[in-house]
Design a protein around this ligand. Structure first.
Ligand SMILES: [Zn+2]
Ligand SMILES: [Zn+2]
Length: 228
């Protein structure tokens, strides 16, 4: 016999959500298909409402969240309805909580990687919580200093995820940072400066250098080798 308590969860899900949960729905596609959402590159640069969505098939569509438009073919035939790319943007930026019924393991790993937002997940009491993602199965930050947690700020995530080489340059506290884009910058941890153009308080290079020092992967600022 079902108790009222065991059925209360189901009761909190409205019918439209159940309909959306069926296989092939655009919401499921938005959550599980491999897509990359980017908010600060190409045509989406310098516009808060514009996002570029890259699909695994190599197509790229511009989503405008202000006007509710997307360039994909489906949207052209279904104006007024939300396509999977628009849904994905809403989920990836945290603008819309990820439904409670979604299995975290089914979520595409690319979630939230290239946007300055944080996916949120709806919970039973109607609140939301931050969603934790892991990269390649290494989840414990104690074991891997570059493991990303949902508590990380967007810049810290980039500092961890991007292919950045840090090497000690000179004491005290000067490090050279070599990014995947072949750029070289100099970080001074004592002066708290970086030679990159990022005007943020702490750019990703400074964050990465601090992480590497903390993890004893590079010499300390005084030039000494890290304690074993
Ligand atoms: Zn679309
Ligand atoms: Zn920098």
């Amino acid at each position: 016999m079902a108790t009222t308590e065991s059925s209360s969860d189901a009761g909190s899900i409205d019918e439209s959500e159940i309909a959306e949960a069926s296989p092939n729905s655009r919401t499921v596609s938005a959550l599980t298909e491999v897509m990359t959402v980017m908010d600060s590159v190409g045509r989406a640069r310098n516009a808060d409402d514009l996002f570029l969505v890259n699909s695994s098939s190599g197509s790229e569509y511009l989503v405008d969240t202000r006007t509710g438009s997307c360039e994909c073919p489906w949207k052209q035939y279904n104006p007024g309805k939300e396509c999977k790319h628009e849904k994905r943007v809403a989920f990836a930026t945290g603008e819309r909580p990820i439904p409670q019924w979604v299995d975290d393991k089914a979520l595409d790993d690319q979630f939230g990687m290239h946007v300055d937002g944080e996916p949120r997940k709806a919970v039973a009491d109607g609140g939301v919580m931050q969603v934790r993602f892991n990269d390649g199965g290494v989840t414990d930050p104690k074991e891997d200093p570059l493991a990303v947690t949902s508590d990380d700020e967007p810049r810290t995530k980039r500092a961890k995820r991007e292919d950045i080489d840090v090497s000690f340059l000179a004491k005290p506290g000067r490090y050279e940072v070599h990014s995947a884009s072949e750029s070289r910058y100099e970080v001074d941890v004592l002066e708290e400066t970086c030679s990159c153009p990022d005007t943020a308080e702490r750019c990703k290079h400074r964050r990465r250098v601090e992480i590497e020092i903390e993890a004893k992967r590079v010499p300390r600022p005084d030039g000494k080798l890290p304690d074993a």
